[in-house]
Each structure stands twice: as C-alpha cells, then as structure tokens.
Design a protein around this ligand. Structure first.
Ligand code: SAH
Length: 394
C-alpha cells in the first residue's frame, strides 16, 4: 500500500484541473511515513481519491503522474514511454534521417514530471530531476531500447546536476544500458551535422529546443551580416551559414566557441565567412559599431528562481536595448528567454522597454516557443519556458 497524502479542504481544486504539482502548503496530513521519491496516493479532505505521484519533502510535495488509480510498475511506465514515442512519430519528429537529435520525454509535458530523455542518434541521455525517477532509473533505462523499436542501444544517465541537493542521493553520471565507444557523437538536425558531447556538454549536450527557431533563421539570414550571441555549439551559426554574407559567433566560454567552430567546419569546411569571438556578450555589444543586420540573443536563464525575477528582467532589458541600438536599419533581432519564471508577457514587456529606450521603430514578425517534442501541458502553464520574439528594426 502506498503512503497517503490528505489535502486541506479546497486544495483538491487544482488537482481536479489536472495540475500535476501539489505544494507542501496544501497538505493536511501524511500517513505512512513516505521517504523522498516514494509513490504516494493523494486524497481530498473527504477521502476521495485524486491522484498518484512521487513524494518529496520540498515545496513541491507531490509530482503527479496519474489522475486515475494505477499500479506504477514496469507496464505502467512502458505505456507512458510508448505514448511519448508515438507522439514524436505523429508530430513528424522521430524516425526521420535528417533529424537524429530530439527529445523523447519532456517531464510534465509527457505526464512524467521529473524525467527528461533526449535522443542523440542511437544514444538516449536521461536526467532525473526527482528522487522518484532516480530510484527507478534502471527500469526506465531498460525500457528505452524497447519503446524506441531498437533505435536506442545505449542509455547515459546524467542526473548528477539535476537531482535535489537535499535528497543526498550522490548520483554519478554513467551508462545504465550499453555504452558508447568514444565520447559524444555526430548527430543531424534538418540535415546539418553537429558534434555533441553529452558527457561534458551543458544540459544533455545540445539545445534541442531551438530547432524550430534555427529553421526560421535560415529563412531570414540570406545575404545578411549575422551576429550569434551566446552561441554555444553554434546551432544558429550553422543554419545562418547557408546563405549569410558573414556569421560571427560570440560566447564567453572557449570550449563553446571551439565547438561552434568545429560544427561550422563540419558543414561548410574552412569558410572565411565565419568567425568566433570568446568574450562577454555585453562587452562585445557595447564595443561594436552598427555592423550587423541580424542579431541572435539566446542567453542562459537569467532567473532560475522567482526571487531573481526583477534582476533577470533588468538583464533582458539591458541586453536587448544594446542589440536594438546597435543593429543596422532594416535589421532583424531574434531574441529569446528560457527562464521558466519569466512569463511571455514579462519578456515581451522587457523587450518593449528596451525598444522604447532606443527610440527606434520596432515590429514583431514572429512570436516563437518550444518545438513539439517539448510539449506544453495545458494544465501546467509552468512547462512553457522558452519564449522568442523575431523583430524588424527600422
Ligand atoms: N544558442 C545556443 C544555446 C545558448 S546556451 C544554442 O542554440 O545551442 C548559453 C550560452 O551562453 C552558453 O554557451 C554560455 O557559455 C554562454 N554565456 C553565458 N554567459 C555569457 C556571457 N555573459 N557572454 C557570452 N556568453 C555567455
């Protein structure tokens, strides 16, 4: 019998609207002494069953994976993973030779809060963000070859940096199924090739979530002088190299600019149109002339927590004001925020203030978000984290 959580009167409302998180303040009593990561059943104040999920002693007490009574065993998770796979096939993402890098499981977006699985060719890289999924990582890993129809032959667990510190689980990254002969691999995205190193790289190795925005970029980069700020693996740079007059990639990390250089070479050889600068983005923007007519701003999350929100908004305003001020007339700005705590409205308002400060005429051409393999659960607005604005600046 799983432990039981009884909610305070009225706190059942959000669960009935399928929100997958129960905050600790909503809990009236905990029966059965669950430890972190255990499966618990959730009941309303009047003892009616509501949901089943993983328990944690933090501010999010339960992450729900089922709103109907279930036995969360091997068969249960196999079905969830099969559904995630079927969804990516139906969305036209999985099973295409031109794109071998995609996300198979996106946490709450796939009814598996706390689990991320990214596919790099035949390798799956998984991250547990909760003790609940970390405890069943072996089972999940063993299911991945099966649910992908044999596509996945090795599974790398990269949960060292993603598990709650307080859980004291001491995870260590490594292969749970099979292994890969050498570190990383070359994968393809819309036919472009990228070297990805999931062991050393940021997140699971590649910012898969910008695939659609990268595609959009090559529609606009024709003949333009492109500046890719916060370039990391050079994803945007590679797409722009298709038709741009020149492409400059800026990142403060030397490992990142080396990787961006390598990826441009992998696709375009030693092409003098591309150049990398290892420096701080703000310093570079402040020091440059009006020399670019397409700028990409894809910074890391400026706010990881609600408390840092104001500072983050200030960061977005400063960064965007610099770029809008310095872009050539008739230029395009691709600007993004991946901070979950910054809402779409907040971000748009920051860019609005930045534009107003420069006094230039600015129009919104597109508002972008996450690609379909990072689906937003409609009952969980928090799963929408990536916001983009494509602007035309006179
Ligand atoms: N646009 C990338 C992802 C960007 S990740 C893609 O499509 O793959 C954010 C990057 O910003 C990281 O590579 C990090 O090294 C870099 N970065 C962080 N702070 C920076 C700063 N102040 N100036 C320049 N680069 C920075």
């Amino acid at each position: 019998m799983p432990a039981n959580i009884i909610l305070k009167k009225g706190k059942e409302q959000s669960v009935r609207r399928y929100h997958p998180w129960i905050f600790s303040g909503a809990v009236a009593s905990v029966n059965g002494n669950p430890s972190e990561g255990d499966v618990v059943d959730v009941f309303a104040w009047d003892k009616t069953y509501l949901a089943t999920g993983h328990w944690a002693p933090g501010s999010i007490a339960v992450r729900i994976f089922s709103f109907t009574k279930c036995n969360p065993d091997h068969g249960f998770f196999r079905k969830r993973l099969e559904e995630a796979m079927a969804f990516r096939i139906n969305a036209g993402i999985a099973g295409k030779p031109e794109t071998t890098v995609w996300r198979l499981v996106h946490g709450e977006g796939d009814g598996l809060p706390g689990l991320i699985v990214d596919i790099y060719g035949s390798i799956a890289v998984m991250q547990a963000h909760t003790a609940g999924f970390w405890k069943i990582r072996e089972m999940i890993a063993q299911l991945l070859p099966e649910v992908t129809g044999g596509l996945v032959t090795a599974v790398y667990d990269k949960s060292e940096g993603t598990l709650p510190f307080m859980a004291r689980l001491n995870p260590s990254n490594g292969y749970l199924v099979g292994e890969n002969g050498e570190p990383g691999a070359v994968v393809t995205e819309n036919g472009y090739r990228f070297r990805v190193d999931w062991e050393k790289g940021q997140k699971t190795g590649f910012f898969i979530d910008q695939r659609d925005s990268r595609s959009l970029l090559s529609r606009y980069s024709n003949g333009r002088r492109v500046l890719n700020m916060f370039g990391y693996t050079g994803g945007f740079s590679v797409y722009a190299m298709k038709n741009a007059e020149l492409v400059h990639t800026v990142d403060s990390s030397a490992a990142a600019t080396a990787l961006a250089d390598e990826n441009v070479k992998l696709n375009f050889g030693d092409d003098p149109r591309h150049h990398c600068y290892t420096t701080d983005a703000f310093t570079y923007l402040a020091g440059m002339e009006r020399e670019y007519d397409l700028i990409i701003l894809d910074p890391p999350a400026f706010a990881k927590h609600q408390t840092a929100l104001n500072q983050a908004l200030q960061g977005y305003r400063r960064l965007n004001a610099l770029a809008i001020h310095k872009i050539r007339p008739g230029g395009l700005l691709f600007t993004f925020s991946c901070s979950q705590v910054v809402s779409r409205d907040d971000f748009r308002r920051s860019v609005f203030v930045a534009a107003a400060n420069t006094g230039r005429n600015v129009r919104i051409l597109h508002q972008t978000g996450q690609p379909a393999d990072h689906p937003v659960n409609i009952y969980h607005p928090e799963s929408e984290y990536l916001k983009g604005l494509i602007l035309y600046i006179e």
